[in-house]
Design a protein around this ligand. Structure first.
Ligand code: UD1
Length: 420
C-alpha cells in the first residue's frame, strides 16, 4: 500500500503527454473474445485497472503481449468463460466480458460486481439487454450465469443512458443473428471508440456516435490493429491542476472536442485556454471566478471530473455549486478536503464550495479514483505537506501521476506504508 507526500505551493509549467483512455481500453480489450487471432490495441495506458483486466482475460486463456503502449490480445486458446469474484470485486468493468462471451461462446459465468464507493451501481440494464437478445440469465450464488447458443437481434431501449450497459450490449449484438436496434445508447467517446473498432473488425453498425445504433449481426469478426482514444479525464485533471496552481501547462495527445464541456467551464473561470488539433494549453493568471457545474452524460460535464472541479473551486473567488446527476452521492471526498481546511457544504445531490480557502497540509485518505485526484490537487496548493493514504485508488486510473506532475514542477513523493 503506497501513500503520497505532496508538497504544496508550486506553480506548474511545461508540457504533458496524455495517455490512452482507461475507460476506452477497458471496453476494447474484452472485444478480443469476439474474434480468433491477434487484436492489437495502440495507445494502451498502463494503470491498475488495465492490469486487472489483463489478469482476468489471462485467467480465461487469452494470450497477451505488450510492447510499449501496443497491447496484443489473442483469444484463440481460450479455456474458460468465467469472470471470478476475485477480479470483478477489484473492478466493475470486469463485467464487460459478459457480452462477448455469451455472443461468441454461448455461455458465461460472471461475478456480480457488488457495491461501490460512490453509491449504488446496478447492472440490471446489462442483463435486460442480453435477455432481450435471447440470453437465458440466472443470477445465483453471486454470479450471473448466461446461456444462449446464438443471440437473436432485437430492439432494446436503455431506460437510463449507461456507458457500461451500452458497451456490453453492443459487444454482444454484433454477433447476434439478424437486426438489432439499440436506442438511448450512451454516446460517451469511449463507446464510440468501441463501435468504430467493431466496425473495423467487420461489424455492421450504423448510427455510430448517436444514441440509436442499427446493427446487422455477422457470423464472425476479424482481428485488427486499432487505437485507443486519449484519456479525457486524465486530460481534464491536468487542465484543472494547471489552472489551480496558476500555471501554464500544454497537454499533448488530446482530442479537444472530447473536453469541450470542461474547456468552456474553465474559460468561464477566467483561464486562458488555447486549443489546436491535438493540444490544449491552459494558463491562469488571476484568481478564478467561482463557476457552478452539473455533471451529466456526455457531452455534459463528466462526473469523473466533478471532484477535481470541487478542488479547483476551493481557490476561486466566491461560492460554486457542484451537482452530479449521474451519481448524486459522489461527494465522499468532501470530508477529506475539509481536513485540509476546505469550506464545503453538502446537500442532496450537490455540494457548495466556498471560495478563497486557505488550505493547510494534513493527512487525508483517498476514497475513490477521482476523489484521490482532488486530494492531490488540494495538496498542491495547501501550505506545507499533505499525506494522502490509499493512493492505490489513484493508481487504478492514472498512469504515473506523480511523475507526470513532477515533470511540471510538482513535488510528490511516493512511499510504501503500513497505514491502511
Ligand atoms: C462508466 C465509467 C465511469 C463513469 C460512468 C459515468 C467505465 C469503466 N466507467 O461507469 O468512470 O463515472 O461511466 O460516466 O467506463 N445504471 C443502472 N443500471 C445499469 C447500469 C447503470 O441503473 O445496469 C445507472 C448507474 O447507477 C448510473 C448511471 O446508470 O446512475 C450511469 O452509469 P453507467 O454509465 O453505467 O456507469 P458505468 O458504465 O458503471
Amino acid at each position: 500500500m503506497d501513500k503520497f507526500i505532496v508538497h504544496g505551493g508550486v506553480r506548474l509549467t511545461g508540457s504533458v503527454a496524455i495517455s490512452g483512455a482507461k475507460n476506452a481500453s477497458l471496453a476494447l480489450m474484452p472485444a478480443c473474445l469476439l474474434t480468433n487471432g491477434a487484436l492489437t490495441l495502440k495507445n494502451t495506458p498502463n494503470n491498475r485497472d488495465l492490469g486487472t483486466m489483463s489478469r482476468l482475460l489471462g485467467s480465461m486463456g487469452v494470450g497477451m503481449s505488450l510492447e510499449g503502449d501496443m497491447l496484443t490480445l489473442d483469444s484463440t486458446s481460450i479455456t474458460s468463460y468465467e469472470a471470478p469474484y476475485e477480479h470483478v470485486k477489484q473492478m466493475r468493468a470486469s463485467i464487460y466480458v459478459l457480452g462477448p462471451l455469451i455472443a461468441r461462446y454461448g455461455e458465461a459465468r460472471v461475478s456480480l460486481p457488488g457495491g461501490c464507493n460512490f453509491g449504488p451501481r446496478p447492472v440490471d440494464l446489462h442483463l435486460k439487454g442480453l435477455e432481450k437478445l435471447g440470453a437465458e440469465i440466472d443470477v445465483t450464488g453471486g454470479y450471473i450465469i448466461a446461456k444462449c447458443p446464438r443471440l437473436q437481434g432485437a430492439h432494446f431501449h436503455f431506460d437510463i443512458s449507461s456507458v457500461g450497459a451500452s458497451v456490453n450490449i453492443l459487444s454482444a449484438a454484433v454477433l447476434a443473428r439478424g437486426q438489432t436496434t439499440l436506442t438511448n445508447v450512451a454516446i460517451e467517446p469511449e463507446v464510440t471508440n468501441l463501435a468504430l473498432m467493431l466496425e473495423q473488425m467487420g461489424a455492421k453498425i450504423s448510427g455510430i456516435g448517436t444514441t440509436t445504433l442499427e446493427i446487422e449481426g455477422v457470423d464472425s469478426l476479424n482481428p485488427v490493429v486499432a487505437s485507443t482514444i486519449p484519456d479525457r479525464i486524465e486530460a481534464a485533471t491536468f487542465m484543472l491542476v494547471a489552472a489551480m496552481t496558476r500555471g501554464d501547462v500544454t497537454l499533448t495527445h488530446v482530442i479537444p472536442e472530447h473536453l469541450d464541456a470542461v474547456t468552456q467551464k474553465l474559460i468561464d473561470t477566467g483561464a486562458l485556454v488555447d486549443v489546436s488539433d491535438d493540444t490544449i494549453r491552459v494558463r491562469m493568471l488571476e484568481t478564478p471566478e467561482a463557476v457552478d457545474i452539473t455533471a451529466s452524460i456526455y457531452p455534459g460535464f463528466p462526473t469523473d471530473t466533478q471532484a477535481q472541479w470541487a478542488a479547483y473551486m476551493l481557490t476561486a473567488q466566491g461560492a460554486s455549486r457542484i451537482r452530479d446527476t449521474i451519481y448524486p452521492t459522489r461527494f465522499g471526498y468532501v470530508p477529506e478536503l475539509q481536513r485540509l481546511g476546505a469550506h464545503i457544504e453538502t446537500g442532496e445531490g450537490y455540494c457548495v464550495v466556498k471560495g478563497n480557502n486557505k488550505l493547510t497540509g494534513a493527512t487525508v485518505m483517498s476514497s475513490d479514483l477521482r476523489a484521490s485526484a482532488s486530494l492531490v490537487m488540494a495538496g498542491l496548493v495547501a501550505q506545507g505537506t499533505t499525506e494522502i493514504l490509499r493512493v492505490y485508488h489513484l493508481d487504478r486510473g492514472y498512469e504515473k501521476l506523480e511523475s507526470k506532475l513532477g515533470a511540471l514542477g510538482a513535488v510528490i513523493e511516493r512511499h510504501p506504508t503500513e497505514d491502511y
